[in-house]
Design a binder for this molecule. Structure first.
Ligand code: NAP
Length: 438
């Protein structure tokens, strides 16, 4: 019998558990740890609340979670409640599937001003992550600047733009819905340091901007490259660029029918944020794209900004005892192997790229590595205690472990508390989650 500990219960964690089950069958026991009392990581607190069909993938993870040899161990933080070394003594393989939950810093003056917020915090706030529930962004100004031109920037812009009625069937948490109802934002500027041919937005997500009740995308056709140049683009990006062309072709009087403008500003990079205590302006430098890179031209402009949300990517949180690549912002690893017995998968391995589905082959590959290390003897003899040893340690330490059955009770309570038409009202407080589960 082999014992595997997976740290993190998001997509990468569950796909790894699923692959371990398929590969080792009854010869494996898998414990999936999460520092929160609730599972599914990014699915619960990252995916936008109005993208319920994407969140539906959790039903697949539930099938894995309900197998006898797979266990959810919630409310246990590795590196805080249990040291990595202790986990390594109990399990043959420890796999970090902890994602990339920290914002990459902008690295410019003024980024600590009030109302300059990273997307991890802002998305966590509207998705009810306990760490960010108290964020309270000030939405009383007229202009929000969203830095970055990826899908997270689109999520953020769309959430700022949607009406309460458009959010009715979502699982946005009550505090965020109430705040957005009072929002006075009427201009959302998406800031891209490169051009239209370098956006990271996928067509389905970009296309949603054309169907918002009270907001319209604004693109200046002069900012777009010659249409003949689109042939060099890969098909997905070409489709996104053709959507930008459609947005640019929409007559001004049609756009003006919608009170919120979502403006695309290409080839400008942020250089400084200014304001007394809260942000008021953002200084930007015009760029040129040279060999695919944004190069500053020295031409400086200013934009008013009452709220700034940087959506420029994420970093993995380091864990004491696990080698970390500071520059890349993820665990130091070779194709997922940190050391024999210690692995990482998903965003914790490769950084914040790809779709949820990308984590499936990633999980399979890690399990192949574990099988390889088991067969070469690198994991040592199969004599570790696994979950029985963990249970003893948890008891001795007085840990309040939340099981999958407890989670199902939390889920039931969240569903029972849902607003009309919404799937659930999430608990945003760890103590309340634990109470509901016990
Ligand atoms: P992303 O796709 O990598 O986009 C990050 C954006 O930030 C890029 O436009 C990047 O510009 C810009 N940026 C980075 N550093 C910057 C800086 N210092 N100053 C100004 N701009 C900067 O990342 P993401 O949007 O966070 O998304 C992460 C992953 O999750 C992606 O794979 C994404 O597709 C996925 N996701 C998918 C969905 C969905 O499918 N519905 C939703 C959300 C997220 P450069 O390109 O010039 O570096």
């Amino acid at each position: 019998m082999r014992h595997i500990a997976i740290v993190g219960s998001g997509p990468a964690g569950y796909y790894t558990a699923e692959a371990a089950q398929k590969t080792f069958g009854d010869d494996v026991e898998v414990d999936i740890f999460d520092m929160l009392p609730v599972p599914y990581g990014l699915i619960r607190t990252g995916v936008a609340p109005d993208h319920q069909s994407i969140k539906g993938v959790a039903r697949r993870y539930e099938k894995t979670a309900l197998c006898d040899n797979v266990r959810f161990v919630g409310n246990v933080a590795i590196g805080r409640d249990i040291a990595v070394e202790e986990l390594g003594e109990l399990y043959d393989a420890v796999v970090f599937a902890t994602g990339a939950p920290k914002d990459r810093p902008l690295g410019i003056p003024g980024e600590n001003l009030v109302n300059v917020i990273g997307s991890a915090a802002f998305v966590g706030w509207y998705n009810g992550h306990p760490e960010f529930a108290a964020l309270a962004p000030d939405l009383s100004g007229s202009t929000a600047v969203v830095i970055g031109m990826g899908n997270v920037a689109l999520d953020v812009a769309r959430m700022l733009a949607k009406t309460p009625a458009e959010l009715a069937g979502s699982d946005i948490v009550g505090h965020a819905l109430a705040a957005l109802k009072q929002s006075r934002i009427e201009r959302i500027v998406l800031l891209g340091r490169r051009g239209a041919h370098q956006i990271m937005m996928t067509p389905k997500e970009l296309g949603e901007l054309a169907h918002l009740e009270r907001a319209a995308p604004h693109v200046d056709g002069h900012d777009l490259p010659d249409p003949a140049d689109d042939v060099i683009l890969e098909p997905g990006l070409r489709k996104s660029v053709s959507l930008l062309r459609d947005f640019a072709a929409t007559p001004e009087h049609i756009r003006a029918e919608k009170p919120i403008a979502i403006e695309f500003a290409f080839c400008v990079q942020p250089v400084e944020l200014t304001g007394e205590t809260a942000v008021r302006e953002i200084m930007v430098e015009r760029t040129q794209v040279i060999k695919g890179r944004a190069v500053g031209t020295g031409e400086i402009g200013r934009l008013s900004a009452d709220l700034v949300i940087s959506c420029i990517g994420y970093r993995t949180s380091p864990i004491p005892g696990v080698p970390f690549d500071e520059r890349a912002g993820r665990f130091a690893n070779d194709e997922g192997r940190i050391l024999p017995g210690l692995y990482c998968v998903g965003w914790a391995r490769r950084g914040p790229t790809g779709t949820i589905g990308t984590n499936r082959p990633d999980g399979q590959r890690i399990v192949e590595l574990i099988a390889e290390d088991a067969s070469t003897g690198a994991l040592g003899p199969a004599r570790k205690q696994g979950r029985a040893g963990f249970d003893l340690l948890a008891k001795a330490r007085g840990l309040e472990v939340v099981t999958f059955r407890d989670w199902k009770r939390i889920e039931e309570a969240e569903e029972a508390a849902a607003r009309d038409g919404a799937p659930r009202e999430k608990f945003v407080d760890i103590a309340a989650m634990i109470r509901a589960g016990s």
